[in-house]
Structure formats: structure tokens, C-alpha cells
Design a protein around this ligand. Structure first.
Ligand code: ATP
Length: 503
């Protein structure tokens, strides 16, 4: 799977989707730039989310709040005091790690041993092998499992009680070594705040310490009454937003899965106190269905319900996606109670209450939030779509089978040769279609090469103009996924493309 992941990263670079930030200066770790095709794909994902959340829900509106916020915001939200990860340094290698990740990686190695045992047994028993039974009855496997459970639960307890000494003791007891150098010479574990600080103002004595927002949600909470009043919103209603967030992540790996600058697509849904768990269940299902509708395979999603809850939540779950490196969080759905609004009331001394006409009563609404990482969703879609196919004639092709609605380029218009009036005919089609779709005109290279290039960036349609086109006003339409080719009258093109790319 590591090879598959490397392949995904190199394809993203080679075809203009994602570049390392500041590459000419050897890059910046966990920061990435989207190239010409990546920006289109990312925009299409944003629009697809915005349409589903804002446009199609009459009780959800969208805003765009600033990245800079008054510093008290982060005191009220709990980020100044509690947005920490446990950090540990290796004294010899001088490398820095997240203590919990070191422990989780250790457990993953034991998991790998379980997998090996299962594989061996499967070979030994052949058809008669019952994996579920083997895992629950084989002594060694059962012991491995118990060990993992006990390590992880000890870690969770120590982190919960902020007993960082116990986390360090666990690392020593397990004899976990620096992955790079093998050294076991560790420092103490300490808490590390993930917010980036900066300054606002020109002179040293008037400058104000600010943070780059680590989540977009707080911009919605502080605007709750502004939007409710000016939009005459009635509870239950939601406020949505797409925007950048910044976290000084300690482990920077897994490409755009964990970035220091990333984008979130969040929606905070304001409800009557007491109805929040009902809405929480409803939004869990709604969001899962939304993901499944993308067509990446229903088996690639699962819920992970949280047992350990954040300080602001009374229920929380992740929608996990099967990335090339396993099932991992894609979206979080949290029942945040009235924690944020009440806390902003306290810190600002401004009332953030809603008058409910039906109940004839003022209250601070409860909040159910859905929060998905745009870049993570990009990675899910991109990695799931990239396929190396063996064709019937023995040749191979790489195809990015993106959902057509999200593809950067919807159709490529290709004159078979660069002469005899074919380019002019093709350009006319191009100029007609570009008003409605992001299309591309391409005349360089052989037609086979051009098809392959379009497959690799996920273009659902290729439109080829040949000599016959000049007489019958028809073209060859090639479908990306099936590679099927069809003769189509030029005036039909727009309708066919439209049907496929508007979901
Ligand atoms: P994780 O446990 O993976 O660090 P989180 O639980 O801290 O994530 P939330 O605070 O719930 O994440 O943020 C909501 C969503 O924002 C996540 O589901 C994820 O898709 C995205 N996200 C969070 N941190 C990052 C990051 N560093 N890079 C990219 N996306 C991120």
C-alpha cells in the first residue's frame, strides 16, 4: 500500500494536481499547492458540497468569515487551554514526535503480526479456513489483540487525565525506538499547542497577539446573531462556510491528509435544547449518504463513534474513509451542546440568545456540526479514482475515473490532424462548449497519446474531429471509462455532456 500511495503522490504532481509548496526551495513540510487541474477539482468539490448544504437546504445559509479573529475568541473556544498534542523529542536524533502516534504505530506493528498469522493459517487450512473463528480462538492472536487493547486504553487514560509521565513510562516500557535511528533516549512528554501565532499592528507596543484560526467554526458562532437576525432565520437552521484553517501539526506525513494549512467545509446547525441528539443522528445519516452518492464504493465508508468526548461535546462520530493507508477520519459530526455560544456570552458579555416564538422563550441554542476536510476529501476522491488498467490487447493505461461532475476538464476537443480545416472545425465546437463547460482544445501529439493524457487527468469525454466531420457534421465521442466510441451529431454534444456532468 505504500507503493500505491507513492504512485498517487507522483501522479498528482506529474499531471498538475498537487505540488509541494515552495518546491524550488526544497519545499515546506505539510504545506501543498494545488496546480491547474487540482484547483479545478478542488473548486468542483467545494461547489458540490455548497450546493448540497446551502443551495438545497432552505434553512441553511452560507457565510465567509475572516481568518483573523479577536484573540479572546480562542480563549472562549477552549483552544488556548486545550488544543494540545503530547509531544516527545528524541535526545539523540533531535527528532520530534507525537507521543500518542509513536504508541499507535507500535500497536500497528502488532496488528501486522496478527495479519501474518492469519495469512499463514489461511494458507495452511485452505478452503476450510474461517478467519473470524481463527482470530477469536487462536491463542497467540488473542494475546496480541489483548496487548493492543491494554496499551491503547492505558494511553487514552493517561492522555485524558493529562498524566504525561505515564505516557512516557509506556513508551519506555514498550521500548519504543526512534523510527529513524533506533535510539531509545527520550525526553519528557509535554503538551504542545497547535495554533499558529502572529501579530496585528505596526508598532511593538500596540501590536496584538493573534492566532491563525485552527477551525472555521468560531467565525460562525460569533456571527450567529448577525445571521439569524438579518436572515430572519428560525430555529432549526444552519450556517455553513468553506475556508482555510491552520494547525501546527507535529507529525507531518501522509501527503494532503494532514496539512499545516488546509481547508474545512463546516456547517453548524442550531437547534432547540433537548433536540440535539435527534439532529445529530439525522446529520450523521445525511452526511454519510452524501459521501456514498459520490460513487466511490459504499464499502469504503464507516462510522467511528467516539467514546472519549471533547470538552464541548455530548456525542461525536467520524465518518471514516478507506484511504490507501487504511480507514481514517474524513469528516467529523459533533453535538457541541451550547458550549460555544454560552462561552462567547461569558467572555464577551453580549447575549447570544434566540427568542423562540413557538416556545415563547429565550434560550441559547444547541449546536450540531458537520466538519469535513476539503483536502482530505480531495485525497479520498483522487486516490480512489486512480487506476492502472490492463487492456484486452495487452497494453496498459492509467485512468483517473473521477465522478464526471468533479472532473477538472469535462471534454477535450481534438482534431485528428492539424490540417485540412479540421482545427477550425474543432475550434468552433470548442468555442460553443466553453460557455457551459470547462473544456480543452488540444492538437499536439498523436490521437492515442492525447486520449491517454485525458484519461490520466480524468476527462470524461474526448471529442474527435476527422475528415468525415466536415461532411456529416458529426464527431467521434469517446467515453473515458469504457473507452467506447460513438458517432454523434455536433448539435447533440452539449446535451450528452450536460447529462453526465450535472449530478
Ligand atoms: P485528526 O484527528 O485527524 O487530527 P481532528 O479530529 O483534529 O482530525 P477536526 O478538528 O474534527 O479534526 O476537524 C474536522 C475535519 O477537518 C477533519 O475530519 C479533517 O477532515 C479535517 N482536518 C483536520 N485537521 C486536518 C489537517 N491537519 N489537514 C487536513 N485536514 C484536516
Amino acid at each position: 500500500s505504500e507503493d500505491i500511495f507513492k504512485r498517487i503522490i507522483s501522479h498528482a504532481k506529474e499531471y498538475g494536481f498537487i505540488f509541494q509548496s515552495s518546491e524550488i526551495y526544497d519545499g515546506l513540510s505539510a504545506v501543498y499547492d494545488y496546480g491547474q487541474n487540482g484547483a479545478e477539482l478542488k473548486n468542483n468539490i467545494k461547489n458540490y458540497w455548497w450546493k448540497a448544504m446551502v443551495q438545497l437546504n432552505e434553512n441553511i445559509v452560507g457565510i465567509d468569515s475572516a481568518i483573523f479573529m479577536h484573540p479572546t475568541t480562542w480563549k472562549a473556544s477552549g483552544h488556548v487551554d486545550a488544543f494540545n498534542d503530547p509531544l516527545i523529542d528524541n535526545k539523540d536524533s533531535k527528532k520530534r514526535y507525537r507521543a500518542d502516534v509513536l504508541i499507535e504505530d507500535y500497536c500497528a506493528k502488532i496488528e501486522a503480526k496478527i495479519d501474518k498469522e492469519v495469512e499463514k493459517a489461511a494458507k495452511r487450512f485452505g478452503d476450510a479456513f474461517d478467519k473470524a473463528q481463527f482470530v477469536t480462538t487462536n491463542q497467540r492472536v488473542v494475546e496480541y489483540r489483548e496487548k493492543i487493547d491494554s496499551i491503547l486504553s492505558r494511553m487514552a487514560k493517561s492522555l485524558e487525565t493529562e498524566n504525561l509521565g505515564d505516557v512516557k513510562a509506556l513508551i519506555e516500557e514498550l521500548e519504543i525506538a526512534d523510527p529513524l535511528t533506533g535510539s531509545k533516549n527520550w525526553t519528557e512528554v509535554r503538551q504542545f499547542n497547535l495554533m499558529f501565532g502572529t501579530k496585528l499592528g505596526a508598532t511593538a507596543d500596540t501590536a496584538m497577539d493573534l492566532y491563525l484560526r485552527p477551525e472555521t467554526a468560531q467565525g460562525i458562532f460569533v456571527n450567529f446573531l448577525n445571521v439569524q437576525k438579518t436572515g430572519r432565520m428560525k430555529i432549526p437552521f444552519g450556517i455553513a462556510q468553506i475556508g482555510k484553517a491552520f494547525r501546527n501539526e507535529i507529525v507531518a506525513r501522509q501527503f494532503i491528509f494532514r496539512m499545516r494549512e488546509f481547508e474545512q467545509m463546516e456547517m453548524q446547525f442550531f437547534v432547540q435544547p433537548g433536540s440535539e441528539l435527534e439532529w445529530y443522528e439525522k446529520w450523521k445519516e445525511t452526511r454519510l449518504s452524501w459521501h456514498k452518492a459520490l460513487g466511490l464504493g459504499e464499502e469504503n465508508y464507516r462510522f467511528h463513534d467516539h467514546e472519549k468526548l471533547a470538552h464541548y461535546a455530548n456525542a461525536a462520530a467520524d465518518i471514516e474513509f478507506k484511504f490507501p493507508f487504511g480507514f481514517k477520519e474524513l469528516e467529523g459530526i459533533h453535538s457541541r451542546t451550547d458550549f460555544d455560544l454560552s462561552s462567547h456570552e461569558k467572555h464577551s458579555s453580549k447575549k447570544l440568545q434566540y427568542f423562540d416564538n413557538e416556545l415563547n422563550q429565550h434560550y441559547v441554542p444547541f449546536v450540531v456540526e458537520t466538519s469535513v476536510g476539503l483536502d482530505r476529501l480531495f485525497l479520498a476522491i483522487f486516490s480512489n479514482s486512480l487506476k492502472d488498467e490492463k487492456l484486452e490487447d495487452g497494453s496498459e493505461r492509467t485512468v483517473l475515473s473521477l465522478p464526471p461532475a468533479l472532473a477538472p476538464i469535462k471534454a477535450a476537443i481534438l482534431p485528428l490532424v492539424k490540417k485540412d480545416g479540421l482545427p477550425e472545425f474543432a475550434e468552433k465546437i470548442f468555442n460553443d462548449l466553453r460557455l457551459d463547460f470547462n473544456v480543452m482544445y488540444e492538437e499536439k501529439d498523436s490521437i492515442g497519446k492525447r486520449y491517454r493524457r485525458m484519461d490520466a487527468i480524468g476527462t470524461p469525454f474526448c471529442i474527435t474531429v476527422d475528415h468525415d466531420s466536415l461532411n456529416d457534421n458529426s464527431v467521434t465521442l469517446r467515453y473515458r471509462d469504457t473507452m467506447k466510441q460513438e458517432r454523434i451529431p455536433v448539435e447533440k454534444l452539449s446535451e450528452i455532456i450536460d447529462k453526465e456532468v450535472n449530478m
